[in-house]
Every structure is written in structure tokens, then in C-alpha cells.
Design a protein around this ligand. Sequence first.
Ligand code: NAD
Length: 410
Amino acid sequence: MANPFENAKTQLAKAGKVRGFGKKELDVLMKINAIHEKELHVTLAGKETKLTAFRVQHNNARGPFKGGIRFHPDVNLDEVKALAFWMSMKCAVVNIPLGGGKGGVVVDAKNLSPKEYEDISRAYIKSMADHIGPDMDILAPDVYTNPQVMAWMLDEYEKIKGIKAPGVITGKPLAVGGSKTRDYSTAQGGVFVLKQAIDLFDMPPFNTKIVIQGFGNAGLHAARLLHRIGYKIIAVSDSKAAVYNEKGLDVPKLIIHKNSTGSVRGFPGKEISNEELLILDAHVLIPAALENMITKDNAGKIKAKIILELANGPVTPEADEILFKNDIFVIPDILANAGGVAVSYFEWVQNRTGYYWEEDDILEKLGILMFKAFKDVYEASKRYSIDMRTAAFIVGTSRILEAERFKGNL
Ligand code: NAD
């Protein structure tokens, strides 16, 4: 399995080569500001259990660290470092005043009871409380964490510190200071940039077939929003199964099915493997599950013309080369899924001002931000005749380096 942090380094080196970065610039960009590794003591299935937890803070030249927290058995330090690094790039690409951080707990969240979920969430904050804060490092949901988890974490933080500090965590329920649209903002941001890419390819909605891998927060809302504006979602998958219907899935019914059964398995359509799903004859492929799903082994078989990376790091660097050679337009994660952190930033602003915005205001602001980010990255890709990922790295790294220069760190 490719190491995501090595992938991140390869991506950065590629951008550095185009822009002629020296060792000094590369060192500043790769430097991890702090790594916090803790042991959480919780009771799981009646047994005292120790869980490993991480918080990695990559770069804060442009603002406080910002990044999600994931509960997953495969969480490891290199993965969290890569995700923190990508967060720094992502915030810079969409030009919001935040840096990059990420957290994780090594745990299989699928079989946790609500009480166990809550205990882990609170234990995580107890162990990290001195390293996070609205001006220091702001948390958010990621894989297998959700608004309820954010609410427990906020509550624990506020109890420890004895203050109200809703800005320490985003992706909260509305009742405790969340933002409207945050639940679907990652997907919405992706839809905004996908529409611009689709315009470049002149694909009308009713003819455009879309495949989505992963049917959680990012994938489900992407399916919902794209279906609503007329695109045909022909296949989706989750960790248990993949369903395919060449004529297009009935997405609203599929969402009801997923919510009531916990999986897309058993929904009317043909059940296929996740591997088959990736190489279906479609116009757009949306990986919205985990890293390293598109590798050198399957990249050459992909038929989609556009890949929208709602997941973080779903395409390995070797696969990137193959996709670029095959003229597949990859909208990279640090642009494609930046809608989530953009609305998290809006949530943080609302928390800090105590003034809450309406859904339409947020969508308008998000649209402007994503439109500008796509334009900046696309123009860089044309200017340097490079793929969109390297172009996004050039846009992001240039902004971080500019801040580092002003601070005297270069
Ligand atoms: P989630 O836990 O809500 O959903 C993950 C989905 O992927 C689930 O449906 C799960 O069943 C599925 N999955 C897991 N392994 C799979 C496999 N091998 N094949 C197919 N499906 C599989 O998580 P999410 O928040 O939707 O995050 C998904 C991806 O999007 C992650 O890479 C995450 O870092 C990224 N992301 C999420 C957000 C956000 O706001 N939620 C923001 C930016 C990036």
C-alpha cells in the first residue's frame, strides 16, 4: 500500500520542479510544526482498552491549524501527516486564512456503541485540549466522525477550559453553533468545480453519467446534489457493496435505503465489485471513500473523462501519470473537496462574530470562492502546461511561501 506522506512529498516535488523551488522552500513546506501522539484509555465491549490518537499540525503561516479527525483502524502517523499537509495546501488553494492540521484515532468505529463513541470523543479532547483552540488548531469531522462527535468534543473542551469556545471545532450541529450547509458543503463545493469542468468538456447533464465510490457524507450528498440538477448517477458503492444501473439510480430512494439498512447493498440494480465500479463506462468518476483507490494497476482501465476527488488522496502519484497520459482531467482533492473546509471557515467566522448566516448567503459565498479557486488552478495548469494537481500545488505553495517570506522564515 502506498504511503500517503510519500505521495504528498512526490506531489510537492513535482510542483517544486515546475516552479524551481530550492531546498529551503521545500524544507519549509514539508516541515511538520508539531506531532501529538497520545494513548486514550476507554472501556470497549466491557474491556479496558488503550487506543492510539494523533494530532498533527503542519503549517500555520496563514492562520490557525485546521483539520478533521478520523476514527479508523488504518489510521497511522504517516497518513495523518499527509492529511495535515494536504489541509495546508487546501486552505491556501481556496485562499482562506487557515493552516493545516489533522487528527485520528486508531479504532474500528463500525461496531462502537453510542456510549463508546462518546467516551472516545471526550478522551481525545482530554488528551489534546492544550494543543487546540479557536486561535490555535480547529477540529472538524472526517471519516467515521460526525456532528454528534463534534458536539461531544466541543462540550468536553468547554468543560475543561471553563469557557464558551464554539470556534474550536466546526461541523457542529446547528443547535451548538454549527453553520447552515456544513453537512453538504464538501459535496456542494465539489459540484461547483465539477460544473466548471463539465462546461470545459461541453457535457450536457442529461447525457452525463456519473459513478461515485463511497456513500458517506461526501459521496451521498454529491449523488443527491448531482441527481437534483439532472445528472445520471449510474453506480455507487460503500464499504460493503456497489450497485449499478446503466439507466441511472433513483438517488432519493437509494438514500432512504442506505439510511434504513446501513448500506447500498440490496438496492435494485446490478451488484458489482468496487474494482468494476471504478472502471465503468462513465463520464465522471467521483472517488469519495479513502486514499489509494486508483493505483497503477487500475488507472489504465479507467474510462471516465473527469475524476473529481472528493476523497483525500484517492489517486497515487503513479496512477496520476497514467491518467494524465490518457487525457483524463483530474480535479485534485485539495480543490475538489475544499468546500468542506471553506464552510468550516465560514462556521468559525460566524462563531467568532456571534452572527449566523442564511443558507443562500453561504452558498453564494461558497460558489464565489470555489469558482475563483478553480479558475486560479486551471489558469496555472494552462500557464505551465501541467496537470491540475500540480497546478493546485503551485497555487497553494505560492501562497504559503509568500506568508513565510513576510514572516521572515525564508
Ligand atoms: P464517511 O465516513 O461519511 O464515508 C465514507 C464512505 O466510504 C462510507 O460510505 C464507507 O462505507 C465508504 N467506504 C469505505 N471504504 C470503502 C471502500 N473500500 N470502497 C468503497 N467505499 C468505501 O466519510 P466522508 O466524510 O464522506 O469522507 C470520505 C472522504 O472524503 C475521505 O477521504 C475524507 O477525508 C474526504 N473528505 C471529507 C470531508 C467532509 O466534510 N466529510 C471533507 C473533505 C474531504
